[in-house]
Design a protein around this ligand. Structure first.
Ligand SMILES: Cc1cc2nc3c(=O)[nH]c(=O)nc-3n(C[C@H](O)[C@H](O)[C@H](O)COP(=O)(O)OP(=O)(O)OC[C@H]3O[C@@H](n4cnc5c(N)ncnc54)[C@H](O)[C@@H]3O)c2cc1C
Length: 449
């Protein structure tokens, strides 16, 4: 590998890195993107197998940032489609609409439980301590224990791999928006059906999968500015200025500026000289959750209409299932469909193929029991391993990440962004917005802008 000259080295080719690279290129900034694997798009890709396509998890573009939506509309044209599809939660063998609707809750919970739940919610709304210190208190405070446990606590514990009282209130993100039981009890009484603001429901989705968004960004930059299969293994610095980016012992570049989208833990471990012991100690407490995605290709035209289905019950390892065809018909061949199943897990890099196969067999059996398909309809199962899918936001994560950020902020030519770089529960529109902001304020001395 030859040493490359560049003004800005962007570490990591996921949505965050590609966003920065795209906007930098638009601004005439000379940048080089360095990616560990042979693929761009990070945890936001579309894979093809046989005649099927499937994303790395149930992705959609939320219309939360006008400029991001506008950019992708311009780049993709009619290939960016607006999709409206329902989502549901599966509890006790029954599907309930998601976001929760009063009528459905009533039907699934039965009259007695429903009114007990309503009573808890109204009581909590009168005496709620507004300063919930953890996710469990937040969920119980908002919805009462019955609803919180049934729909939120178990689900979150499976997803994040920690107990709800040890999880930060921030894992709620926008998930709880519009799930205010008090609001919909009042709505039910008033007979009004107010539109619920929530991440599920209506969204944008590219015809051939979420990866199209990032393929479009890649097409807009010169191929020579993309360095694939080059894991950053070392970052040399002096007096808080990064001097060299190294991959497997060889200097890749000596840039003026570095934008890192690597997980904060990877960035800190790469720095040479190494950060002080107190920072290295803190990084042991910054954790990420992995996800296994099993995609069952099926010889049947459809399973149901849902965009996503959520499974809080702990007897299922999986948290969410989606049918790619319900986002775009082009995701499966005519007359066939597929189901993608997300199984959150830890330390996926240490999982053997046998361990993955055992989980696949268990999951397949449960899907058959639920009634999604029969064994003979399974054509094949495609497996995707997503590393560092979610930063685990536990009650202490802020304290430890702040210790890491305090150190990183001292570097004069380093910017950090991305989901795992900033250790936050962020989405495509957040990365694109951050990328714009970063590039806008980014005028390295030697860069003609
Ligand atoms: C199951 C699931 C569903 C999701 N659904 C949605 C959704 O519906 N809508 C939405 O907006 N967002 C969604 N997200 C979130 C979205 O996928 C992430 O926010 C996004 O992928 C984060 O982008 P990133 O660039 O920060 O990190 P990543 O996507 O993790 O990319 C990081 C990149 O850095 C590379 N890298 C790592 N180490 C090195 C190294 N040492 N050297 C060089 N390169 C390295 C990796 O290979 C990777 O390509 C979802 C995420 C998951 C897991």
């Amino acid at each position: 590998m030859e040493e490359r000259s560049t003004d800005v080295a962007i570490l990591g080719g996921g949505p965050a890195g590609l966003g920065v690279h795209y906007y930098a290129h638009q601004k005439g900034v000379d940048s080089l993107l360095i990616e560990a694997t042979g693929q761009l798009g990070g945890n936001c890709r579309t894979e093809s197998f046989d005649d099927f396509r499937c994303d790395t998890g149930a992705h959609r573009l939320h219309d939360k940032d006008g400029k991001t939506t506008g950019l992708f509309k311009e780049l993709l044209g009619p290939d960016l489609q607006s999709v409206s599809a329902p989502s549901q939660i599966y509890v006790d063998g029954t599907f309930t609409d998601f976001p929760l609707s009063p009528l459905n809750l009533w039907k699934t919970m039965g009259t007695l439980s429903f009114f007990r739940a309503c009573f808890q919610v109204l009581k909590n709304s009168l005496w709620r301590n507004s300063d919930a210190g953890d996710f469990e208190s937040l969920a119980v405070g908002h919805y009462g224990r019955i609803v919180a446990e049934r729909f939120l606590i178990n689900y979150s514990e499976k997803l994040w791999g920690d107990s709800a009282h040890n999880l930060s209130v921030e894992i709620a993100g926008s998930r709880l928006k519009g799930l205010d039981l008090k609001t919909f009890i009042l709505e039910a009484l008033q007979g009004k059906k107010k539109k619920v603001e929530h991440l599920d429901g209506t969204f944008y989705y590219p015809r051939h999968g979420i990866g199209m968004l990032f393929d479009a960004l890649v097409e807009a930059v010169p191929t020579s500015s993309l360095l694939l299969e080059s894991p950053v293994t070392e970052i040399q610095h002096e007096d808080f200025v990064i001097t060299e980016v190294i991959s497997d012992g060889r200097c890749v570049t000596r840039p003026e500026w570095v934008v890192s989208t690597l997980p904060m833990t990877t960035l800190l471990r790469c720095l040479q000289p190494a950060p002080p012991a107190v920072v290295m100690e803190a990084l042991k407490r910054i954790r990420f959750r992995d996800v296994l995605v099993f995609v069952f290709a099926l010889s049947k035209p459809s399973v149901n209409d849902n965009a996503s289905m959520y499974f809080p019950d702990k007897k299922f390892r999986f948290t969410r299932i989606y049918e790619p065809r319900n986002r775009s018909k082009a995701m499966a061949p005519d007359g066939q469909t597929s189901l993608a199943v997300e199984v959150p897990c830890q330390n996926l890099k240490d999982w053997s193929n046998e361990a993955v196969r055992d989980v696949r067999v268990e999951v397949q059996g449960q899907l058959v029991d639920i009634g999604f398909f029969v064994e003979s309809e399974v054509l094949t199962c495609h497996v995707m391993r997503l590393r560092n899918a979610y930063p685990i936001l536990d009650n202490q994560y802020k304290e430890y990440t702040e210790r890491a950020f305090e150190y990183v902020r001292q570097f004069r030519n380093l910017h950090v962004t991305g989901r795992n770089g900033l250790v936050e529960y962020s989405h495509i529109h957040d990365h694109m917005k951050n990328a714009r902001k970063l590039v806008d304020g980014f005028v390295p001395s030697s860069v003609p802008c």
